[in-house]
Write a protein that binds this ligand. Structure first.
Ligand code: CUK
Ligand code: CUA
Length: 641
């Protein structure tokens, strides 16, 4: 006779739920698509899309840019992973971008994106991206579509609840997924989890003039896991909300042990008050190493520095700015409606959606309507903060976006659908299947004060039979819905690169005319720039050889290079002299371990090469730049050491 204990029973019921879902037959309802759909997504040759859609690349570590409604892939922006295609992470200028306190890393897992905002709406300046594995936040410039800055976050592991920003981009905020021992070199038993580990929330200050990030302070919390977050808006401007799971504080077999309690938490933080505590010197300095990498657009080069200290705040000591709200069944997303009044929690294993009221929350805090505390932090009574529950919306709610017309749209992973519901009366209005198992969804501006509505994009975890089979590894996928009417209408499938998690979208009008077309050669402050062919030269310094080389249609100067010896460190500093849009040149040398470089007009890029043998090595331009592109070549002669 086998006795099932409570844990294995619970494990069974979750497993049954998940298996039931996994084996359910795909319901491919292509027949339901109307002919009108084609017209809605058709962007004629030469015409532009209406929206930019910035989509996380998941485990490819990059961000990709699509046009909506066509679903056309416009660009992949390298952020946390090397990209041989353009030399990101391989050129001497971009190598520092991938430095961390663990040294240089070629890869990360990119989940969430947030556009910079002014007055709670996207201002089109920057896009922030998180790295999940080795915690970092990146800032991408939306005029150049280049990664300009990467800040590592110490005392964090699994930077998942990140990088969401306050209404005027005062801060980008990042919550850790794993709790960890705080400070450098903490060799402690894992069994001491409850007493020796902390969760952290990092507050990254953004300089409004240039976007520059700095780690202002970290909030230390009990050892729990943060999943996602969003800033308040309007009336809730001063607050930030975080979903938490594993309130049980398990450090092993979380699948079972972290699903014991009926409710986990949403954590509400008054960041204005936290700021005040920091101003009044209530923070404690901790030794914590982290890298800060900045790309300078006039030298076209990045530098990496290591910082050593971080200010921390302990809310179990300092009162009145952090509160827990009970939230059913392992909340994943926490999303704030455009008015800032409604806080939507989504329990991954729940069959309802709790909607909290900001006004009620404030009143409950005022009256100290608490259900005791959780390790020194007050827990507001569920009913006191609750506005109401959406009953039977679907199975496994994950994320919610808003259309600005009083409606919310929630993704359901387990029941594989998007559900539209009314925020005021909490009634379900419509539901449409997704193919299959949707994770995040995105409405342009759908997490801001003024959603642009019109479209909803679902980012799916599984595609099964939606595309031509490509072996065991299938295409990742997004689906586009028209949400302009009462009922949602599926109008397009489009494959994505990497695994899409969160995404952001904005009207093309907001940024398309700010796009940089080329870099001015007179403003190029690169230390190895060559501003004209007459300045081209080869300079030896010990065993380092600096080749100042220019590229212009359709030749390199110099294109015959001699005097290099085996074992030399050769630096090809290639300056693209073109002053015209859309004329990059590439550069490659036979046997180089460092990919190629792709140099934009007016830019200088450096490829390092250590020749391993005597001989004559060809160099050539890798980007088809003119009718005589194939003539854009040369030789390097390497002699005995
Ligand atoms: S997570 Cu991907 S489905 Cu990393 Cu935002 Cu919810
Ligand atoms: Cu330059 Cu091809």
């Amino acid at each position: 006779m086998i006795h099932l204990n409570n844990n294995s029973m619970r494990l069974c019921s979750i497993a049954v739920l998940l298996v039931a879902f996994a084996s359910c037959k795909p319901r491919n309802e292509a027949g339901a698509i109307t002919a009108g759909a084609a017209e809605k997504v058709y962007v004629a040759p030469g015409k532009y899309d209406e929206f930019y859609n910035f989509v996380s690349g998941g485990f490819n570590g990059q961000v990709s840019v699509y046009g909506i409604p066509s679903g056309r892939l416009l660009k992949i922006i390298p952020v946390f992973s090397v990209m041989p295609e353009n030399g990101y992470g391989y050129s001497e200028e971009t190598k520092p971008m991938l430095e961390t306190s663990h040294g240089s890393l070629p890869w990360d897992d990119q989940h969430h994106l947030e556009l910079s905002q002014k007055d709670g709406t996207p201002d089109g300046r920057w896009l922030f991206a998180n790295a999940n594995n080795t915690p970092r936040v990146a800032r991408i410039n939306l005029a150049t579509f280049k990664t300009e800055e990467i800040l590592e976050l110490p005392n964090s592991a699994g930077n998942h609840s990140s990088p969401f920003c306050t209404e005027n981009t005062e801060y980008v905020v990042a919550g850790t997924r794993f709790s960890v021992p705080i400070g450098d070199n903490q060799d402690v038993p894992i069994a001491d989890y409850k007493k020796s580990f902390n969760g952290t929330i990092s507050f990254i200050k953004i300089d409004s003039s240039n976007g520059r990030m700095s780690l202002a302070f970290q909030l230390l919390t009990p050892a729990i896991n943060f999943d996602l977050s969003h800033a308040g808006k309007g009336k809730s401007h001063d607050w930030f909300f975080f979903s938490c799971y594993n309130v049980e504080q398990a450090h092993t077999l979380l699948e079972v042990n972290a699903s014991q309690r009926d409710k986990d938490f949403i954590m509400a933080v008054n960041w204005k008050k936290a700021e005040e505590y920091i101003r009044n010197n209530k923070g404690t300095l901790k030794n914590s190493r982290y890298a800060h990498n900045v790309y300078n657009e006039t030298t076209h080069s990045a530098t990496s520095t290591i910082e050593n200290k971080v200010l921390t705040l302990d809310p179990s000591q300092l009162k009145d700015f952090v509160y827990f709200i009970p939230c059913p069944k392992s909340p994943h997303g926490v999303d704030i409606d455009p008015t800032g009044e409604y806080i939507v929690g989504s329990g991954k294993l729940a069959a309802l959606i709790p909607v909290f009221s900001f006004d009620k929350l404030m009143a409950a805090i005022e009256k100290k309507d608490f259900d005791g505390d959780y390790q020194g932090i007050p827990v507001v009574k569920y009913e006191s903060a609750l506005y109401g529950e959406v009953q039977k919306p679907g199975l496994g709610p994950l994320h919610t976006e808003f259309d600005g017309k009083g409606n919310a749209y929630t993704s359901f992973f387990v029941s594989s659908e998007v559900v539209k519901w009314n925020i005021k009366d909490l009634k379900v209005l419509d539901r449409k299947p997704t193919y299959y198992s949707v994770g995040h969804l995105c409405i342009p501006g759908g997490d801001t004060k003024k959603p642009f509505g019109k479209y909803l994009i679902a980012y799916n975890k599984i595609t099964k039979d939606r595309y031509l089979p490509t072996g065991p590894e299938l295409a990742q996928s997004a689906q586009l819905y028209d949400i302009s009417g009462d009922k949602m209408e599926l109008i397009l499938d489009f494959p994505t690169v990497g695994e899409p998690h969160y995404a952001q979208a904005l009207p093309a009008e907001l940024i398309k005319n700010n796009s940089v077309k080329y870099f001015k050669i007179d403003e190029n402050k690169h230390p190895y720039v060559t501003r004209g062919e007459k300045e081209a030269k080869v300079v030896r310094e010990g065993n380092k050889v600096h080749v100042y080389i220019t590229a212009i249609r359709s030749h390199f100067t110099p294109d015959n290079i001699e005097g290099v010896r085996v074992g030399d460190e050769v630096y090809f500093h290639v300056t693209n002299l073109e002053q015209d849009w859309d004329i990059p040149h590439g550069f490659a040398v036979k046997g180089a371990a460092n990919a190629e470089i792709l140099i934009m007009p007016g830019e200088t890029c450096t490829l390092k090469w250590v020749p391993d043998a005597e001989g004559v090595f060809p160099i050539y331009c890798t980007d088809f730049c003119s009718a005589l592109h194939q003539e854009m070549q040369g030789y390097v002669r390497v002699s005995k050491a």
